[in-house]
Structures are given as C-alpha cells and as structure tokens.
Design a protein around this ligand. Structure first.
Ligand code: IPM
Ligand code: MG
Length: 383
C-alpha cells in the first residue's frame, strides 16, 4: 500500500508542476489569428467515425456550393484530413496520431465529424486532445427555439476542469480511485471574457455563471469569483450566480427559462447541460458546437458517431443538421456572416417551416444526401 501512496504522491507532484506551467504559458501566449488578413483560409475537414464520414461529406458538398467563387479564386481551400479514425488511433495508440495532428495544424479552421470515444482504457478522446492541442478554450453552443422564446448561448470552458487530467487519475487497486479537476486563473478569465464579450456584442444583458461552488469550493469557487471579477469590466451586463443542479431544472421550467441568455460554466457541467439544452431544441442532432481558441478554431456536431446506425445499416439516413449548424458557425467565425445567415435561414425553412423532407434516422425518412440537396436547392431559391 505504501508504495501506491508514494507513487501517487510523485504523480501528483508532476501533475501540479505541469499544470502550473500550463497556466503560466496561457498568461504569456498572445498569438492570434486575424482571418480577414489571411490571403487564403485553409479549412480542414475530418471525417471521423461511424456516421461521421457520411455527414461530413455532405458538409463538404455544402461548403463547395456556398464558397464556390472563393474556392475558384484561391481564397479558400478545402482540405480533407484522413486518419482521424478509431482504427488509426488505436493502431498508433494516440488520441491524434502525430502526422494527422501536423496536417490539422497546417489548416486555419477545422470542421470535424464525430469521433468514437472509448470508455475506460488509456486512449484519450480525440475531441479532448484536439481541444487541448489547438488550445480551443471556448466551447460555444447556441440553442434557440424562437416559438418558446428560447435564445441561449452556452460558453463552456473547454480545456481544463474535469477534462484536463481525465485520463490521468490515480487508482489504488480494490481500494479507491481519484480523478483531478483543475481550474486556473488564466483559463477561467479567458472563458469569462469570451462570454461577456459575446454578451456585449450581441446586446445581451445577463450572464449566468453556473457552478457548484457550494461543494466544489476551491475549483468552482475560483471560477465564480473570477467570472465576477471580469463582469466588472462590463457594466451594462448583469452577472448572476447559479448552481448547476437548479439550472438543469430551470431549463425545463417553462415559466422561467426564457429569461436566460448567456451561460458560462466549467467543462463537465457545460458538457452535460448543453445536451439537455439541445434536446429542448429538438435533439442533439440539431445542435452545432464551436470550439474557439485565439489561434485555431474547430467546429463540430454536438452528438457522437452513432455506431449503432452503421451496424444496423442505417448510415445513409444519418441527420447532417448538426454538422450544417457547425458549418454555419464556422462561416461566421471566418468572416462570411452573410453566407452564414443564408445557411441559417435555409436550414430553418428545411427543418422548421417548410419541411418538404424529414430525416428520421430510418428508411421512412430522407437520406442524408437527399436532405443536403434539399438544403442547397432552398439556398439557391432564397439567395
Ligand atoms: C461533447 C462530447 C465530448 C465531451 C466527448 C465525445 C468527449 O460529449 O463534445 O460534448 O465530453 O466533451
Ligand atoms: Mg457532450
């Protein structure tokens, strides 16, 4: 037993030193990508696993359609990145094999389809690794249901909290297990700033700071305190403290939920509550997710790779909506707001008002590519 304790203490020392260095690096790093100043924006497209290649191929087709002129003029390059598959990752025993990571880093933005995340074991999630490697600290997830008065934007901290050491906990066999949660000053301030900046730019007046600071006193306590510190720089915006448990209830409380606008929250709570929010919007298949850093950005579907759909031969009926939403967010991020608005408008027509084709995930519904055709025809009709 003593040997396990000694090993764990040593492991904790090295983790502590590493995390102090990480926070220091965050404070020092002032790199930034200004997309407007790039001669050419390179968009990397990763197909992923399960239904991933099917829905990402459809997004690529959509991008080719929407950015036809820019691609022809050499202002945009679409680059397909192979190798972010579970088979390749297992073969290399790496969350993202080195050559794939190098290809990803040679792009400016990434559109990523779902990748399989194994439960247990030591192979880290490709999502989590990419968020860390590209320092994508703001996970922005909008959820809107206009007829219910819902217009929410979640700013989930995306690089630390419960995730930063998720694969590196300590276990003493037959006795106990420990995981770590890390909240740094620099990491919290930058997500808080992203949320308040967004609120300011979009005329929002309220930011909900969601934690469990009554129990996780150190980490969530720090998170809440620093968010309030940043809030002082934004006088017209009200900063409110909420606990995650009651906030999950609030989201399904029809009387009060439309008062919420912007949420800022630590990684794991953000993970959980954004699935709940997406379900209120119509399911996780309907939500897109932006992972924003100062240098890189990655846009993805909020849902997983749906291996069951492939196993049961239903892959072609996969719903590409969430990848299309991710595509819309990406277009906005790299400076094509008009095209993003057009896509948004067409998506609403196809999924809410007109619904000439409906995706059910089964053979009684439209296929992924039929739906893609429908969307592009709709765009052509309104542009
Ligand atoms: C998400 C997903 C990921 C996460 C998984 C796939 C690692 O659930 O993007 O919300 O937990 O962040
Ligand atoms: Mg999730």
């Amino acid at each position: 037993m003593q040997q396990y304790v000694n090993e764990a203490v040593e492991q904790f020392r090295s983790i502590l030193e590493e995390q102090i260095a990480r926070q220091h690096k965050m404070e020092q790093d002032h790199r930034y990508t200004d997309y407007a100043k790039l001669d050419k924006i390179i968009i990397g497209i990763c197909g992923g696993d399960g239904i991933g290649p099917i829905i990402s191929a459809e997004s690529e087709r959509l991008l080719q359609f929407l950015l036809k002129e820019e691609i022809a003029a050499g202002k945009i390059e679409l680059r397909t990145i192979e190798g972010l598959t579970i088979e390749n990752r297992i073969a290399h025993q790496k969350a993202i094999p080195d050559d794939v990571l190098a290809e990803i880093k040679a792009c400016h933005v990434i559109l990523k389809a779902p990748t399989t995340t194994l439960k247990g074991g030591t192979l880290e999630s490709a999502n989590v690794a990419m968020r860390r490697e590209l320092d994508l600290y703001a996970n922005v997830r909008p959820v809107s249901v206009p007829e219910l008065g819902i217009d929410w934007t979640f700013f989930r901290e995306n690089t630390e909290g419960e995730y930063v050491l998720g694969s590196r906990g300590v276990e003493i066999p037959d006795t106990l297990a420990f995981d770590f949660k890390v909240t740094t000053n620099a990491g919290t301030k930058r997500i808080a700033r992203a949320a308040f900046e967004y609120a300011k730019k979009n005329g929002k007046t309220n930011v909900a700071i969601v934690t469990k600071a009554n129990i996780m006193k150190k980490t969530d306590g720090k998170f809440s305190e620093l968010c309030h510190e940043i809030a002082k720089e934004y006088p017209g915006i009200e900063a409110e403290d909420w606990y995650i448990d009651i906030m999950t209830a609030n989201l399904v409380n029809e009387r009060t939920r439309s008062r919420f606008q912007v949420f800022v929250l630590p990684n794991l709570y953000g993970d959980i509550i954004t699935d709940e929010a997406a379900q209120i919007q119509g399911g996780v298949g309907t939500a897109g997710s932006a992972n924003i850093g100062d240098v890189y950005a990655m846009f993805e579907a909020i849902h997983g790779s749906a291996p069951r759909m492939i196993e049961t031969g239903r892959g072609q009926f996969a719903n590409p909506t969430s990848m299309f939403k991710a595509t819309e967010m990406m277009l906005r991020h790299i400076g094509f707001a008009e095209k993003a608005d057009l896509l948004d408008k067409a998506l609403r027509i196809c999924t809410d008002t007109e619904k000439k084709l409906v995706i059910t995930g089964h053979d009684d519904g439209a296929t992924c590519s039929e739906f893609g055709d429908y969307l592009m025809q709709t765009i052509a009709g309104i542009s």
